[in-house]
Design a protein around this ligand. Structure first.
Ligand SMILES: C[S@@+](CC[C@H](N)C(=O)[O-])C[C@H]1O[C@@H](n2cnc3c(N)ncnc32)[C@H](O)[C@@H]1O
Length: 504
């Protein structure tokens, strides 16, 4: 049977109280108690940290901070440890940092040293770095990362060439089902001079290699991938080997070339779930090998994913660009907005005709219309959506994305009323991601898709195309729309068919 933990039980009882109740009843009772009574009530300290940080006013948090700070001088080590653990939640400052550092110098208890290090990992700054000798290297790297994040957070550089590229491979990840379209895009770039070659196509990714010096901007010229990973190699799933690869000359060169400022990375063991101990252990080894590489989950410019690639595993470096520069035009969003690389893939699947007249019956935030327009050759854009807000967002995104926009008609309304919109006929392309009935229930989804086919048959000119993500296994009635493409695409938990029809 699990042993009872009275401090934890008390914490759970007190955690549901308000700041006022804790401050006017529990804290005074704690302060009045004798040494034994205080030890029995130690769970209160944790509750104060959590409750005041979640719901305290600035003045209440300040009171709590002063109280916790005073407890750092309690004769009982356990009370001091609880106080130092609660402090970062409240928002500790330079004053607390120097008190903690003084305690670190004084204490002979390993347990207290460990707690102090953990707290300083969270709140330590330049003063802590000066006391580096007293800290374990794992804590030191956390503090270095904190200081870097505040003083010089570092950014990924898209426009610097990587010269020693020979051992590097890249994974262009995409939604499963889009590999063929992404490959088509890659081959077009290669034909235009991009220095890459396709190594192989796998479900959900293309594996490519550089054939010359390249910049990240060359990769981000491709719009249909969802994330790019720079693959350092494959080793056994063993901390020492992984750390050696992550701190290898190739890794350093990639990081140094593609980063301006300190190199901070978030680390994740993909497909293994939450692995805090493994992440801490591996990050500590990497730091020992290369102190310039700082593990920091918060706002880091890099993500390192450890991918299982049986029989071994491969660290993959991914730039964390927020926003993604390819889709930085997105000023705003609708609830069921398309995944931007899917919109780009649909625009590519649509192909290009000159002086196109295009329509998105369910334009939402406008991504399909924008992605198709960015490929050129569009003469007139029609967008309809039954939400006025969506129409406003499409307008805003369009203005941010396209410098010389084509003529456009963006109208609020049901797509079935298309005949009322002047000029919406003889179209060359309908491109759309219809409602799927997932987030917003659709009373009659089969009816809506049937009506979409009917509208396409009515307004497309012969040779015109309908490109859409079909959530249902249904076909158009009659012979006027002929299917030219169908692929099952994983939209993250559910599948649709990406389809293209030609008007006969
Ligand atoms: C999947 S979202 C479209 C997302 C869009 N492609 C984007 O990039 O944001 C579907 C959109 O269809 C609109 N909608 C749903 N039923 C409609 C209807 N009958 N007529 C017109 N618009 C409709 C919703 O308001 C929603 O914005």
């Amino acid at each position: 049977m699990k042993k009872a933990n009275p401090a934890k039980e008390l914490y759970h009882r007190l955690r549901v109280l308000s700041c006022e109740q804790l401050w006017t009843e529990e804290v005074p009772a704690f302060d009045r108690a004798d040494a034994r009574g205080r030890m029995d009530r130690v769970g209160l300290i944790r509750a104060v940290g959590v409750v005041f940080s979640e719901s305290g006013t600035p003045a209440q948090r300040e009171q709590a901070r002063q109280w916790l700070r005073a407890l750092l001088h309690d004769p009982e080590e356990k009370i001091r440890r609880y106080a130092m653990t609660a402090l970062p939640k409240i928002g500790a400052e330079a004053g607390e940092e120097s008190e903690l550092l003084r305690l670190l110098e004084k204490t002979a208890s390993d347990r207290e040293k460990e707690s102090l290090s953990r707290t300083l990992e969270k709140i330590g700054g330049s003063a802590t770095l000066k006391s580096a000798a007293a800290l374990a290297s794992r804590s030191l790297q956390k503090v270095e990362a904190n200081v870097a994040r505040h003083e010089n957070p570092g950014v990924v550089c898209l426009d610097r060439p990587l010269k020693n590229f020979a051992d590097l491979r890249m994974h262009l990840h995409c939604r499963e089902g889009l590999e063929e379209i992404l490959e088509d895009e890659l081959q077009e770039q290669i034909a235009g001079g991009a220095k890459f070659r396709l190594v192989r196509r796998r479900p959900g990714r293309l594996e490519i290699a550089p054939t010359g010096p390249f910049m990240l901007a060359d990769l981000y010229a491709l719009r249909c991938f969802s994330a790019v990973g720079l693959v350092l190699g494959t080793v056994r799933n063993e901390t020492g080997e992984l750390a050696a690869l992550m701190a290898s000359p190739l890794a350093r060169q990639v990081f140094e070339t593609f980063t301006e400022g300190p190199i901070r990375y978030r680390l994740e063991f993909v497909s293994k779930g939450h692995q805090r101990a493994a992440v801490r252990g591996l990050a500590a080894r990497v730091y020992e090998l290369c102190p310039a590489l700082l593990n920091d989950p918060r706002h880091a410019p890099w993500q390192i994913n450890i991918l299982e690639t049986p029989p071994g595993c491969s660290p993959e470096l991914t730039p964390r660009l927020r926003p993604d520069p390819r889709f930085a035009y997105r000023q705003d969003d609708v609830p069921a907005a398309s995944h931007p690389p899917l919109a780009a893939a649909m625009a590519r699947l649509a192909g290009r005709m000159e002086n196109e007249t295009i329509w998105d019956p369910f334009c939402g935030s406008g991504l399909e219309l924008i992605e198709r327009t960015l490929r050129g050759g569009v003469g007139h854009v029609f967008g309809t959506d039954r939400s006025a807000e969506a129409i406003a967002i499409t307008r805003e995104n369009f203005a941010a994305a396209v410098k010389n926009p084509p003529a456009s008609t963006l109208a609020r309304g049901d797509f079935r009323d298309h005949a009322a919109i002047a000029g919406l006929k003889d179209l060359s392309l309908i491109i759309t991601n219809p409602p799927m009935g997932r987030r917003v229930p659709i009373p009659n989804l089969p009816g809506l898709i049937a009506d979409l086919f009917a509208a396409a048959a009515a307004v497309l000119r012969p040779g015109g195309r309908l490109v859409f993500a079909n959530p249902l296994p249904v076909e158009p009635r009659g012979h006027s729309l002929k299917r030219a493409f169908r692929r099952k695409v994983d939209l993250g938990g559910f599948h649709v068919n990406l389809e293209k029809y030609l008007k006969q």
